[in-house]
Write a protein that binds this ligand. Sequence first.
Ligand SMILES: *[C@@H]1O[C@H](CO)[C@@H](O)[C@H](O)[C@H]1NC(C)=O
Ligand SMILES: *[C@@H]1O[C@H](CO)[C@@H](O)[C@H](O)[C@H]1NC(C)=O
Length: 365
Amino acid sequence: MAPRKQGGDGGARSSVLGFRAAATKASVRRHSALLPSVLTFAVIVASGGLLLMIEKGMLSNVETPPPLSNGRTLDHRSPHPDPDVDAESEILREIRNRTIRAMCRQKSMPHNVWALSPLQRKTLLQHVLVNDKHHFLYCYVPKVACSNWKRVLKVLSGTLANVDTKVKMDHHADLVFLADFSPEEVQHRLQHYFKFMFVREPMARLLSAYRNKFGEIEAYQRKYGVEIVRRYRKGYAKNAKLAGDDVTFTEFVRYLLDEDPERMNEHWMPVYNLCQPCAMEFDFIGSYERLENDAAYVLERIGAPENIRFPERQTWYKPVTKETLHYYLCNVPQKLLRELLPKYILDFSFFSYPLPNITTEYCRH
Ligand SMILES: *[C@@H]1O[C@H](CO)[C@@H](O)[C@H](O)[C@H]1NC(C)=O
Ligand SMILES: *[C@@H]1O[C@H](CO)[C@@H](O)[C@H](O)[C@H]1NC(C)=O
């Protein structure tokens, strides 16, 4: 079940779907007719005005498009049996696709990996996993099922017996990164391989990183937690020995606000910076919210053997529900959230996620 379905009382969500994109098959064909609105949207987004529009409720009265009567004809590959869900995710994919293309057409955007700064390129190439046998590139995003994809890659390359093998995930061993290749080899793969990535609602991803790293991983508590408490907790005893294991979400948000997105730890670095969707033209962008279906599609598309399926969620997995997100976001001072959202605005806008409703009214219940 897709958590997005329940998002923000539907208000902000419908505004994004309502942004007049490919509501019908006919409009999918009429590429150029859509462009002005897409471009307007991109410009608004680029200027940071999207936030303002949502704040002012300007987008919230745009109607949700009616379910497609011919939803099935839009998608013949999806394994999902529910035509409404199919249609909806097709529309979302189409919006995402057009938004990205329109935004990437802007002059200021990098048009290939060589146009990136050395630091940006290094980050990107270190996040792209390569499979030469099946000719694909996967840009991994931490907290978006990347361990499971790494398992799949290891099984495909024969270094792991099967996806359910109970071993601790080694995030580097037996994996091939695009950064391991020469520029010519990189270019060849970029041109000829199937390129995909997976995205997730930006705040859910942040919360997932926060709960996992500061709640469970001692190395992170020591490396980041201690520093965060030092910087942001008023009145902690200066000489107290800090464990860094009790960082609050608000402290974490304060820390994020002071960090340079290009130098952040990969678990909270914006997806835009990790995968550079303008420099690298992705063939497919799957959603965490539709993981099972989108993963099945990719496995089929790359020609994975029949017996390889995408792993199930681990049993210890703590999902980020609508309620948990509401709880954490609503406990952060609104002023901080208003600064945090712009920091991740490229993730919201490139991947077409509505901004969360953080109004006082919404937080009251
Ligand atoms: C966007 O649409 C084009 C044209 O249909 C397609 O080739 C490309 O793979 C799509 N990209 C994504 C990320 O869906
Ligand atoms: C946010 O939630 C409140 C309370 O549920 C609602 O009145 C308001 O319209 C919502 N705002 C947006 C932009 O969805």
